[in-house]
Design a protein around this ligand. Structure first.
Ligand SMILES: *[C@@H]1O[C@H](CO)[C@@H](O)[C@H](O)[C@H]1NC(C)=O
Ligand SMILES: *[C@@H]1O[C@H](CO)[C@@H](O)[C@H](O)[C@H]1NC(C)=O
Ligand SMILES: *[C@@H]1O[C@H](CO)[C@@H](O)[C@H](O)[C@H]1NC(C)=O
Ligand SMILES: *[C@@H]1O[C@H](CO)[C@@H](O)[C@H](O)[C@H]1NC(C)=O
Ligand SMILES: *[C@@H]1O[C@H](CO)[C@@H](O)[C@H](O)[C@H]1NC(C)=O
Length: 900
């Protein structure tokens, strides 16, 4: 067998077994020879610190602790089939915790807890089983599994890739040794998975995601004659940070060492030497000592500490945070923090408790915020509690019903049961107020979208309901279903959308295009052949006249395709050259191309070349800057991980914004992620505003209307209509109802919601938890003076954003964690001044006042045994300067004309 092994070892570079590789001197290596005994010094250090990927963080004394002790390994028996039974003792384990810049001994539970010898069944370098005394605490058992895992290794000559399960979970493992006899062996574990442990991870917007990176390496040093492990040194790093801001995160590092101090022989009776079965051997040992052993795998277990995180009840938590949840605190970080706390408590609460809080009189004022919370809880209990109180068909509950449905729509983790219940209510209740009905359909579509990978059936049921209702609905009744398709983003609804584009009303066509646009943006692998040909038909009006919004959206899709292919299409160039009565559409297309060229250097160069080639176009640009449509992108954040841009688009019609929007878009290496979109729309206002001679279009409904539309985290919500019809508009103008800054939309929503356990090689279990929330407010103000013939509007978006991230270890003998809290309260103002007294002048100003980013890092160490707890914290403040975004030359000129 030795010879075989040696030969085999040479040819494939690996040889398993207790009789192992040949050394340079052609001698077989046997690491755990029976009858041998080894004594090692053991140390395991855990350090917790801030993540430092960006190199922006100052070095600091880490938090954490260490466990030290002695480990003895005795090879007590040979097992049938060639394995060895190792008797291992973990002697006098002690805890050290940081004090100033050193780690000092602290009495802890480790000193007193039950601690008996344990056994590892070592076969061909694998620890195939471990026998632990049943009554020991989980934390002690886990540490022992960590020690046994260190003894699992494959001696290789060169490289071996394999898969192993140990205290880190199930990992891809690579062994590398560079010398003949592996006097120096390195084991690297990667892609470790632990499907048995709770994990919450949400495939949210990529720019909001949390990244968790782990690195695990172990180095083994060997000596010969007798063959032995002289040291084991293991190092792990686990970083958890925000994808968008790498310096917001925590790092958990561990170091484990076993250093050989003594070795010798143990006296083993011959009868034991050949023990036959490990179980029998261990059982005999236990019987003699009065101990009971059970065989376990190397996988560690979560400690369910009785004194653990019970936390305050939901009712108490709400009580405590009631003031922070009130409307007065909207868009503050205080409110989003309170939201996170209340949400945490709500997730553990029972239906009864949730109902009590909803019923309580003193919570009446904060009901909207409580429904935000409940929509994010994501348990069946919560939904049942809500539907007991909230009856969608009740008119006086319209606002609260919508609030709850919005929360569900934004919630990262909807439940199929809740979708099913909502669909049910939608079909059965026939007197739901129109607003709630629309919000419900849009919410269900957003929710289904998030589940489309995992709950195909639910997704299809929602799609079917929407399509059927769209088919049956009459007139404007169809609009909400077309909007819902925009949230659903189902490619197989394309033919239906194309039908509405080619034969629907102007508004149906525009809404269908939005749905198509959302789908294309969301799915880069979509076959766009048909979409592009439909877009050409619309923009160039090949099949019929199209609404100008439909045309501009079609143009966006064509331009994006041009940008992706890196080549400006000839058809778009032709379009710019040929006459079109709607000069605003043309100007819009031009602006969009220029914006794309500005944002994408490659495309910019190629577009410019073609542009220059078109003599006519070059001329045209200088001669006819007609139109007011604007399209531009401005960076508000430049960061190595993600850039952030504000993308503003205004499609004008006769001096009035017909469709305008500002999107908050995050970008990373060409990937775009739209977080928030604020749109304004108006129709039929031009006759009232100006006497511009632009051709009257086909819009059909000329009833004056205006409103705003928004999408939060990809979920479109129903439009808010300011007024409908000339009469209502005049009412507003005369009464000045809209001339105060009025909230249009408020909501608190989750941004990050990730928590997971990380099995550390040392046997301890780390917990990573990152949660973020935003309290959002959108307010608007419009003043129109018929006397002075001018108008001004202000749209203000403000938010209180908080992200709390903690990484730590919670064991029965020590609790140690690091936590960061980052908060910011950004505001964005879009102000538009229009003067239509003589020459139409329109000045837009987009500004962002100064704001402060606060970042607190807290380290917490606690020893439950003696109720000792130390906390240290550090605060940082970074000022984010105010900004005024430059629009374009024309706008600047008009602002100057208006304001001097
Ligand atoms: C963070 O990185 C910077 C630059 O790379 C380095 O100077 C600093 O010491 C690092 N801090 C820590 C805690 O590692
Ligand atoms: C062992 O090998 C690793 C990787 O090849 C190397 O980084 C390390 O320095 C070596 N250690 C010793 C003691 O030779
Ligand atoms: C994309 O769709 C078009 C038209 O439906 C089809 O002709 C083409 O083969 C499709 N392309 C791919 C790559 O599937
Ligand atoms: C631009 O157009 C004008 C009038 O159409 C013409 O006179 C002029 O030569 C053109 N310029 C160029 C550079 O083509
Ligand atoms: C952010 O923008 C800068 C400047 O345009 C660019 O160089 C960088 O690659 C961008 N970063 C990412 C992550 O896309």
């Amino acid at each position: 067998m030795n010879v075989l092994c040696v030969l085999f070892g040479w040819s494939i570079g690996v040889c398993y077994g207790f009789v192992l590789l040949s050394s340079a001197s052609e001698q077989a290596v046997e690491i755990f020879e029976s009858g041998r005994a080894y004594s090692y010094e053991y140390r395991s250090i855990v350090s917790l610190n801030e993540e430092n990927r960006s190199g922006k963080v100052q070095a600091e004394n880490p938090g954490g602790f260490s466990v030290e002790g002695d480990v003895t390994v005795q090879v007590v028996a040979e097992i049938e089939g060639g394995g060895r039974c190792l008797k291992i003792e973990f002697l006098s384990p002690k805890l050290r915790v940081p004090s100033k810049d050193r780690l000092v001994f602290q009495p802890s539970r480790l000193d007193a807890t039950k601690n008996s010898p344990f056994f590892a069944l070592w076969e061909s370098g694998k620890v195939s089983g471990i026998f632990l005394e049943e009554s020991e605490e989980v934390s002690m058992k886990n540490l022992k599994k960590g020690i046994a895992s260190l003894l699992q290794f494959q001696l290789v000559n060169g490289k071996l890739e394999t898969e192993e399960t140990d205290s880190s979970g199930k990992c891809s493992t690579v062994y590398i040794s560079t010398t003949d006899f592996p006097s120096n062996l390195t084991k690297t574990k990667s892609n470790c998975i632990s499907p048995d442990l709770d994990k919450q991870e949400i495939p949210q917007n990529p720019s909001l995601s949390v990244e968790i990176l782990s690195k695990r390496t172990t180095n083994y040093q060997f000596q010969q004659n007798p063959d032995r492990i002289s040291s084991i040194h293991s190092r792990e790093i686990h970083s958890a940070f925000l994808s968008a801001r790498e310096e917001m995160g925590n790092r958990l590092e561990t170091e484990e060492t076993l250093i050989l101090r003594r070795f010798g022989n143990v006296d083993i009776e011959n009868s034991q030497k050949k023990a036959g079965k490990a179980d029998e051997f261990v059982e005999n040992f236990g019987r003699e000592k009065g101990l009971t052993y059970a065989r376990e795998s190397l996988l560690t277990e979560i400690e369910r500490n009785a004194d653990g995180d019970v936390g305050k009840s939901f009712g108490k938590t709400v009580e405590f945070h009631r003031d922070s949840l009130k409307v007065a605190e909207v868009a503050t970080t205080k409110q989003s923090r309170a939201f996170l706390e209340v949400l945490k408590a709500a997730r553990k609460a029972e239906k009864r408790e949730l109902l009590d809080v909803l019923k309580a009189k003193k919570n009446k004022e904060i009901l909207p915020q409580l429904y935000d919370v409940l929509g994010h809880v994501g348990t069946q209990e919560a939904h049942q509690a809500v539907t007991k109180r909230l009856h969608f068909e009740k008119h006086d509950l319209t606002d609260l019903s919508e609030r709850y449905l919005w929360a569900l729509a934004f919630s990262p983790r909807p439940r199929p049961e809740v979708i099913k219940d909502l669909l049910d209510k939608f079909s059965k209740l026939n007197d739901i107020p129109e607003k709630v009905q629309e919000t419900l359909v849009l919410a269900v579509a957003s929710m289904a979208r998030k589940l489309h990978h995992v709950h195909q059936g639910t997704f299809e049921a929602v799609q079917e309901t929407i399509l059927n209702n769209l088919d049956y609905a009459k007139g404007d009744g169809k609009l909400k279903y077309l909007r819902a398709l925009r949230n659903l983003k189902a490619p197989n609804t394309l033919p239906v959308l194309f039908k509405y584009i080619s034969s629907g009303t102007a508004l149906e066509g525009a809404l269908s295009w939005r749905a198509v646009e959302a789908m294309v943006k969301d799915n880069r692998r979509l076959n766009t052949t048909d979409v592009l040909s439909e877009a050409e038909k619309t923009l160039f009006q090949l099949n019929r006249r199209h609404d100008s919004s439909a045309r501009t959206i079609a143009a966006d899709i064509l331009i994006e395709e041009s940008r992706r292919s890196g080549k400006l299409s000839g058809k778009l160039l032709d379009f710019l050259v040929l006459p079109d009565p709607n000069y605003e559409v043309k100007r819009y297309v031009r602006q969009r191309i220029e914006m794309a060229a500005e944002r994408d250097g490659e495309f910019g160069k190629s577009a410019e070349k073609r542009w220059k080639g078109e003599r006519l176009l070059n001329n045209y640009s200088g001669a006819s800057p007609r139109g007011l449509s604007v399209s531009l992108a401005r960076k508000f954040l430049e960061h190595p991980s993600w850039n952030g841009s504000l993308v503003a688009v205004q499609e004008m019609k006769s001096g009035v914004v017909k469709r305008g929007k500002i999107d908050v878009v995050m970008e990373k290496n060409g990937l775009e992620d739209e977080l928030f979109s604020l749109g304004i729309f108006s129709n039929g206002l031009h006759s009232f505003m100006s006497g511009d001679e632009e051709e009257a279009e086909e819009e059909g409904t000329s009833a004056a209307t205006a409103g705003i539309e928004l999408a939060v985290l990809g979920a479109q919500i129903r439009p808010f209509v300011f007024f409908e019809g000339q009469g209502e508009l005049m009412g507003h103008v005369w009464s000045g109802t809209a001339s105060e800054l009025t909230p249009a939309f408020q909501v608190i929503t989750l941004l990050q919601d990730q928590s997971e356990y990380v099995r550390l090689g040392s046997g301890l279990i780390g917990k990573i938890d990152i949660k973020g929330a935003a309290s959002l407010d959108l307010s608007g103000q419009i003043e129109i003076s018929l006397w002075n013939r001018n108008a001004r509007s202000l749209v203000r978006k403000s938010a209180g954003i908080v992200v709390i991230g903690s990484t730590g270890i919670d064991s029965s003998f020590v609790k140690s964690s690091i936590e960061f809290v980052s908060s910011i309260e950004p505001i964005l103002n879009l102000q538009t001044d229009i003067d239509f007294s003589s020459n139409l002048q329109l000045c837009m100003r987009l500004t962002q006042p100064e704001t402060v980013l606060r970042h607190t890092v807290r380290k917490i160490e606690a020893i439950p045994e003696n109720k000792k707890e130390t906390r240290t914290s550090k605060n940082r403040k970074m000022s984010v300067p105010g900004k005024s975004y430059n629009f374009n030359k024309k706008n600047n000129e008009m602002c100057k004309a208006l304001f001097g």
